[in-house]
Write a protein that binds this ligand. Structure first.
Ligand code: HSE
Length: 406
């Protein structure tokens, strides 16, 4: 089987390396050997021993009838979308690690693949090396999925871990994550939660059957988390994690969001550290199932790309369980209406009694001019209403975080 790779960055070069490293196993599993015939990249790789495979012209891949599978590991949206769409229209199966592409254009690209009886697979787009896409549509296929919650971004989990365990500042931890190659080219996508948002949208689209567009999903990153919040979370027996979560409601709507949240220490998600990711899937037959592993990095992500290549080689037709329909309908519950417990940290210069402003509240710490509270069973809408009144008497809420029970 002859394949092409578009994009020779961290993941693309990992795909070449892994196909070489495990060539015998891969041949056995795929039923034939897999040869990289062409690699598309604009950079110069003349020093590599496979330099002869590089091209700067996409048409060299598109018009090569021997190439039946294309791995897209370029990232980004516009060029990747154009190239992937053209490959699928030319009846070449595509496997991708590009979550931005799948989250924005998945329904359309899946439909083109189905029409042409080929495949568009994207195991590497969520959770790096963690098998999650295949288990969701195959192994958990008999379940109604009642909830998904995950730590879906390695960079932010690494930063939060350094803040929690080493008291490291946010900026130092981000620099370290970038040096270790975990962050996206533009780390805004990690820090602001967009990367995690794309991933929870992909999982939700697959689990619930309709395309969920990231722009409709509330997404908060970790820039506003202070070491003070980290300490307060510890006081109530929890840790702060960036959580992507989705839950269908009884009236056929979907609660879905990405936000830094406090997870209690007795949850398995609380012990997920560093660049590791974890996804908890709650099925109505299985109960909770946890997927855990390296969510970023060269060979872990390449592992998922290559496993998709093997699947395509073995599949004779389109794998039609791996699909969802496009949808214009926005049935997402406003995030301010979602009921949860909350932590709030308050700048209260005169330490006034504010118990009347919140029902079901308890103080977790009070010192100098600060008060940190836990609010039970409330909504952000109620907290925001109370905040307006507090602002009028000179009291400011510095941070509000969900406390989640997984
Ligand atoms: N930047 C991403 C992360 C890479 O940190 O998880 C994998 O999607």
């Amino acid at each position: 089987m002859k394949i092409a790779i578009m994009g020779h960055g961290v993941v693309g070069s990992g795909v070449v390396e892994l196909l070489k490293l495990n060539s015998d196993f891969i041949k056995q599993k795929a039923g034939e050997s897999i040869e990289v015939k062409k690699i598309l990249d604009l950079k110069d790789f003349s020093e590599l021993d496979y330099a002869d495979k590089f091209t700067k012209d996409f048409n060299d891949i598109l018009n090569d009838d021997e190439i039946k599978i294309v791995a897209e590991t370029m990232g980004g949206l516009n060029v990747a979308y154009k190239f992937v769409k053209e490959c699928l229209e030319h009846k070449k199966s595509v496997v991708t690690s590009n979550k931005e592409l799948v989250a924005a254009k998945g329904a359309e690209l899946i439909a083109i693949a189905q029409k042409n009886n080929i495949n568009f697979l994207f195991e590497a787009s969520v959770g790096g090396g963690i098998p999650i896409i295949k288990p969701l549509h195959l192994c958990l296929g008999a379940n109604e999925i009642v909830e998904i919650a995950g730590i879906l971004n390695g960079t932010t989990n690494f930063i939060l871990t350094k803040m929690i365990d080493d008291n490291m500042s946010f900026d130092d931890a981000l620099k370290l994550a970038q040096n270790l190659g975990y962050a996206e080219k533009d780390s805004t996508a990690d820090i602001e939660g967009f990367d995690a948002c794309r991933k929870i949208c992909i999982l939700s689209s697959l689990a619930f059957g309709k395309h969920i567009y990231p722009e409709n999903v509330h997404c908060e990153g970790i820039k506003g988390i202070s070491l003070e919040d980290v300490e307060n979370a510890k006081k109530i027996g929890g840790v702060i994690k960036l959580i992507g979560r989705a839950k269908p409601t009884s009236d056929y709507k979907l609660e879905i969001m990405v936000s830094p949240s406090i997870i209690m220490n007795n949850s398995q998600l609380a012990s997920v550290k560093d660049v590791f990711n974890a996804v908890l899937v709650r099925g109505n037959a299985t109960g909770d199932v946890m997927f855990y592993g390296k969510g970023a990095g060269k060979l872990p992500t390449a592992s998922a790309v290559v496993s998709d290549i093997i699947d395509v080689v073995r599949a004779k037709d389109n794998i039609d369980t791996l699909s969802w329909k496009d949808s214009n309908e926005n049935n997402i519950v406003p995030y301010t209406d979602v009921v949860s417990d909350f932590y709030i940290n308050i700048l209260n210069p005169e330490l006034k009694d504010i118990s009347d402003f919140f029902a079901n509240s308890s103080i977790i710490s009070a010192n100098e001019n600060r008060q940190a509270l836990v609010l039970k069973n409330t909504t952000l809408k109620s907290i925001n209403e109370a905040e307006e009144k507090l602002n009028n008497i000179g009291i400011k809420i510095l941070n509000k975080l969900n406390i989640l029970d997984y």
